[in-house]
Design a protein around this ligand. Structure first.
Ligand SMILES: [Zn+2]
Length: 691
């Protein structure tokens, strides 16, 4: 399965939908949706009006939702965003089922998504093929005799699997120093557990996860035919190698610092990092033999990798590759592999009791591999020009609010303000879907060939990324597909992106009054815009280049303000005794607070321009109260403790409860709206404010 390799893209939510495979009996007969179910943008039934908003606002705004929406057995977490994503998926299911059964009257893209979905859904054929799709890969690995063979074999595996777990990843990205150029990137990778810290944490639960991980690897080797003792030995060896690589890897906090990921080298410099690995052979096999400039995100990792290759016996390298190929492909193999994979990566790691029904995983795979072909079908049915215009109108208002906000800052000098305004003015708004759709012409999708379609999809995408190197940057490209329920800011493109999937009720609800819409979607637009000026985004200039445009004094003032946020969120507990790693979540926490302030300002401006729209009390809530409840109701969620533990390591977002309560304590407008008194939990004595 592919994983995104772009750096420093600040998504609104972590995309932790693991594509693990299915086999659970469906609890009830499910059907595709032919219409979108409507949930209002502010739902009083989702509130808990017995709770005191000044004591726990999250409980007040979301208590009903949490009670009425237990986590489904096939999910690691369940929230308003996840539920909407599932509604979108159920709707796409109907479209795909129809296209998979129709033979005539389909255009080229409809043929591809229909045939891909049909092959994926044919569980009987997948079962009959068993582990056969592994054979071509395992033949390659078995033929590995010396380190001289490794570069070409690895290049072919990288093309076909697009998986950073195979020692490292190689792709393209924008040059940090000159965002108009696309250059080759070599990324650290090589791990099977979700984070480098998972290999070293010394608490009992982490130790237990590691022991179960080794057992899972051993079980997989047994499925591949290794004798039990040999399978166990191989699993231990894989764990040793991954631990060595984890030791040389940067932490998630370090990876938020773009300077730590920026090390440009020429071909000689790249070769010097891993003396025994012939990069020319590797690049030649990828069709990239002429590349002269590379960014190596983590040189220390590549040095450690080079040492490992040099000192390893070839049997260890073959064992490691067999494991990672099997790990990658288990979800597309027969149920014995699929179940074993689900059992560790979903059940043990994230606490999910039951595999997702096959249709969900197949819709997700179509979205992953043919997302813009599927997106065209989605947008045509679910996103009107009127909706796009409404979203654009709100975006412009939020940008106007930011402009005013920057002007009024008392801690920033005129010189830095001028640079900030220049950057703000340069931000591009992408709403709904790309202006130019991706051309999938080179991707051959065959009916009845699920594993082959997955492979060709990976290869198509890997080659598409590599083909960008040295070409003019395509600024129209999107990093998310149109049905996605999420949004992001990209500091190198300097753009904010809102897929059609996120501009739907209950998040964006044209039937609702303005207050909850400005709290919810207004807050999200403000969030993405604020990312341009968070601790990471502020290091990029108006052109998307990594370049310091701050005076020393202003940078210091900024850091003092963000330290207030770091200290505040470090107090919050994620699960058990694990606190928020607030250096990891800083960018998101800053964006949340800045976003809601901008949403408020834009709403005030909208009301001032149209006084006739002023609303009286509705559902017993004042417009100001509806603004805050509307905001909070995007974040209602239930989480499994296992999943929270993984997210505490990997997710740069704070849990929903703190994405709500953590802001309210910093907003005087909230205290006024709910008449909260000093000393109450939702009133902080010393408020934080950055933007
Ligand atoms: Zn964000």
């Amino acid at each position: 399965m592919q994983s995104s390799l772009r750096l420093a893209v600040c998504a609104f939510l972590a995309g932790c939908a693991t594509i693990a495979a299915a086999q659970a009996p469906a609890p009830a007969i499910e059907h595709p949706a032919t219409t979108f179910p409507y949930t209002p943008g502010l739902d009083v039934a989702s509130m808990d009006r017995n709770a005191d908003p000044c004591v726990d606002f999250y409980q007040y705004a979301c208590g009903g939702w949490m009670k009425n929406n237990p986590i489904p057995a096939d999910q690691a977490r369940w929230g308003v965003y996840g539920k909407l994503a599932q509604d979108n998926r159920r709707y796409l299911w109907g479209i795909l089922e129809d296209l998979s059964q129709r033979q005539e009257g389909r255009n080229a893209n409809q043929q591809k998504i229909g045939d891909y979905f049909g092959a994926c859904m044919d569980e009987k054929a997948v079962e009959e093929r068993g582990a056969a799709p592994l054979k071509p890969y395992f033949d390659e690995i078995a033929a590995l005799r010396s380190n001289r063979d490794l570069p070409r074999v690895l290049a072919r595996l990288h093309l076909a699997l697009a998986d950073p777990g195979l020692f490292f990843a190689f792709s393209s990205s924008q040059d940090f120093a000159d965002s108009s150029r696309v250059i080759a990137f070599a990324f650290a990778g090589g791990l099977g557990l979700p984070d480098r810290d998972a290999y070293f944490k010394s608490d009992a639960k982490s130790k237990d996860i590691r022991a179960k991980y080794v057992t899972h690897i051993a079980n997989t080797f047994r499925l591949l035919g290794d004798a039990p003792a040999e399978a166990q030995r191989n699993a231990v060896r894989v764990m040793q190698m991954e631990t060595t690589l984890a030791k040389a890897s940067l932490s998630t906090v370090d990876k938020r610092d773009p300077y730590k990921l920026f090390h440009k080298v020429d071909a000689k410099g790249l070769q010097a990092l891993t003396p025994g690995f012939d990069w020319h052979a590797y690049l030649d096999e990828l069709g990239q033999g002429n590349q002269a400039t590379f960014n190596v995100t983590e040189p220390a990792f590549f040095k450690a990798l080079g040492t490992m290759w040099k000192t390893n016996d070839m049997a260890s390298t073959r064992t490691y590759l067999r494991w990672h190929v099997a790990r990658n492909l288990s979800p597309v193999l027969a149920s014995n592999f699929d179940n074993e994979h689900f059992d560790f990566f979903s059940r043990t790691l994230r606490g999910v009791p039951q595999q997702q029904p096959r249709w969900k995983r197949c819709v997700a795979l179509v979205d992953q591999q043919l997302g813009e072909a599927l997106g065209q079908e989605f947008v045509g049915r679910a996103f009107s020009p009127g909706l796009k215009e409404k979203a654009l109108h709100m975006t412009r208002q939020i940008e106007e609010a930011m402009k005013q906000d920057i002007d009024e800052l008392d801690w920033m000098s005129a010189a830095t303000k001028a640079q900030a305004q220049k950057k703000l003015a340069a931000i591009v708004n992408k709403i709904g879907y790309p202006d130019k759709w991706r051309d999938y012409g080179a991707y051959v999708v065959k009916p009845g060939d699920f594993a082959g379609n997955v492979r060709r999809g990976n290869e198509f995408e890997t080659r598409r990324q590599l083909a960008k190197i040295g070409k003019p940057l395509d600024r129209s490209e999107w990093g998310m597909t149109p049905p996605t329920v999420n949004a992001y800011f990209d500091p190198q493109m300097n753009d904010i992106n809102f897929p059609a999937g996120v501009l739907q009720p209950p998040l964006f609800d044209p039937k609702m009054d303005d207050a909850p819409n400005y709290g919810n979607t207004g807050g999200t637009i403000g969030h993405e815009l604020t990312h341009a000026f968070d601790d990471e985004g502020r290091q990029f200039d108006a052109n998307g280049n990594l370049k310091d445009w701050w005076t020393k004094k202003d940078a210091k003032a900024f850091e003092e303000r963000t330290q207030c946020i770091v200290d505040q969120y470090a107090q919050y507990t994620v699960v058990d005794d694990i606190k928020i790693n607030s250096k990891l979540t800083l960018g998101e926490d800053v964006a949340d607070l800045g976003g809601l302030i901008l949403g408020w300002m834009a709403w005030q401006a909208e009301m001032a321009s149209m006084p006739q729209k002023a609303q009286p009390l509705r559902d017993g809530l004042s417009p100001e109260q509806r603004f805050f409840v509307g905001y909070a109701q995007w974040a209602c969620e239930n989480d499994r403790p296992e999943n929270l533990r993984v997210n505490a390591m990997t997710d740069p977002h704070s849990p929903g409860r703190y994405r709500v309560n953590g802001l309210m304590v910093n907003m005087p407008q909230f205290q006024q709206a709910f008449q909260c008194k000093p000393g109450q939990p939702m009133v902080k004595e010393k408020r934080c404010r950055v933007w």
